[in-house]
Design a protein around this ligand. Structure first.
Ligand code: GLU
Length: 282
């Protein structure tokens, strides 16, 4: 029985790519007699807006993708993430980082690995300074070298049985709690996947670089290991990513133009994309 989740951030209206991801998660859960959950990833208060939560629910309803139980709302679960962070702090696996974005950008001269802009480690070896922490904005980062020494390099299994190994360059001292938000995507994602019994993480290829760090956190926190399905992304015919600035049609616009929601889901699951779009690997 697969337990899957659709975990959008309410920072805009959903588009075709979201419909594809939700349709796959729903199908894999339902066809195995499992559960399909909805999680609202709204920790980024600067970007997320309550009206988009309503939009997500409306769009899923139109697509005919019913979810089980109540939606999990991350902004209501900050205590749980704080506990997980405390557990890592107690084991000396995180450190306070006072760097600004500009300082980090300046010190990065070489291209970096899959984890994206990797942190150069400026604050890693600073002695803990509670006074500075009390007066200066800071985030908390995972000491990935220490974490890897403790837990080893994690791997993961894709839904088709393929095994993936991680490399040290996949880890970049990820932020676990932000200056402006009580938890980061990585930490809240693994805590919630475990708390809600998700055993198959269905998400786009573009999130694959997050998986090594999330697997490491699962291992450190003693959380169960899910299987992953990193699915191809829907792009415009010319390969451009769907993004608001590219005028990707929102599901709301498709609905308003008379498209049938369940019909669209069936079409997407059959791999028949609407005109002008295609499936491609990240
Ligand atoms: N909230 C993330 C997004 O909208 C998805 C996270 C995930 O599926 O792990 O891209």
């Amino acid at each position: 029985m697969k337990v899957t989740r659709f975990a959008p951030s309410p920072s805009g209206r959903l588009h075709l790519g979201h419909a594809y991801s939700a349709a796959l998660g729903h199908e894999l859960a339902r066809s195995s007699g499992g559960q399909f959950l909805l999680r609202i990833e709204d920790l980024d208060l600067g970007r997320c807006r309550p009206e988009f939560v309503g939009g997500i629910i409306e769009d899923l309803d139109w697509l005919g993708l019913g979810y089980d139980g109540e939606a999990i709302v991350q902004s209501e679960r900050t205590d749980v993430y704080a506990q997980a962070l405390e557990a890592l702090k107690a084991r000396g696996l995180v450190y306070a980082c006072f760097c600004t974005r500009a300082e980090i950008a300046q010190s990065l001269t070489a291209p970096h690995g899959d984890a994206g802009s990797q942190y150069p480690g400026t604050c890693r070896r600073l002695p803990d300074d509670p006074e500075r922490r009390a007066s200066t904005p800071h985030c908390w980062r995972l000491d990935s070298a220490k974490a890897l020494a403790m837990a080893g390099l994690p791997g993961w299994t894709e839904h088709d049985g393929t095994l993936f190994a991680s490399r040290e360059s996949d880890f970049g001292d990820a932020i676990l709690a932000r200056k402006d938000a009580p938890s980061s995507y990585h930490l809240s994602c693994v805590v919630d996947d475990a708390a809600s019994g998700v055993n198959l993480v269905v998400r786009g290829e573009d999130l694959r670089p997050s998986t090594p760090t999330q697997r490491l956190l699962q291992s450190l926190l003693g959380l169960p290991e899910p299987t992953y399905f990193h699915h191809p992304l829907i792009t415009h015919d010319d390969g451009r990513r769907l993004a608001k600035r590219d005028l990707a049609p929102t599901l709301e616009a498709l609905r308003n133009s008379g498209v049938d929601g369940p019909g669209l889901v069936k079409q997407l699951l059959d791999g028949r994309l609407p005109l002008g779009f295609r499936l491609s690997e990240a």
